[in-house]
Design a protein. Structure first.
Length: 171
């Protein structure tokens, strides 16, 4: 291998490592924001519902259940994102640990495909769990809205309907 080819290969390796690092940072930051939002929304909503004296008991249980489920799913999604990131790091192993001269292509290709498949599965699971967590918040908020609306309608004074004058009985 001549000097030019060796330098070019080394530059490619360094660029691959830099791209991997930047990709990991961006993915982790986005995942953290999405999961924190889902967890915070559902967690705070569950606490607010449980301490609200104006919400009827059956609705409290229903709404708190939605919000608690959403918070739990967000926590599980956090674990799934961790596993996804680990699997993604395995897909970059060839760039990080491979010497510029190369490795056994058949072994590397099989490991690469397995790591990519696992990364995709965990990524899909994390996204799906996060979307379901946000859906739980939406369902809880909808049920809260309908309960507050019903309560307001029951407590609102009913306008008096005009009554037609009744004819006086002739005596």
């Amino acid at each position: 291998m001549n000097d030019f080819t060796r330098r070019y290969t080394l530059i490619q390796h360094e660029e691959n490592c830099r791209n991997y690092t930047e990709s990991q940072k961006a993915t982790v930051e986005f995942s953290k924001m999405a999961l924190r939002g889902a967890f915070a929304l559902n967690g705070m909503a569950a606490i607010a519902v449980l301490y609200s004296p104006k919400i009827a008991a059956p609705y409290t249980v229903l709404m708190a259940g939605y919000f608690a489920t959403g918070a739990l799913l967000a926590a599980i999604a956090s674990g799934s994102t961790y596993l996804s990131q680990y699997a993604i790091s395995l897909t970059w192993r060839k760039h990080l640990y491979q010497s510029p001269q190369g490795q056994d292509a058949a072994t590397q290709g099989k490991e690469q495909r397995r790591a990519e498949r696992n990364a995709s599965l965990f990524r899909i699971a994390a996204v799906a769990l996060t979307l379901v967590a946000y859906s739980c918040f939406g369902l809880g908020a909808y049920h809260g809205y309908t309960q507050v609306k019903e309560t307001a309608q029951k407590q609102a004074p009913q306008p008096e309907s005009p009554q037609s004058p009744t004819p006086k009985a002739a005596g």
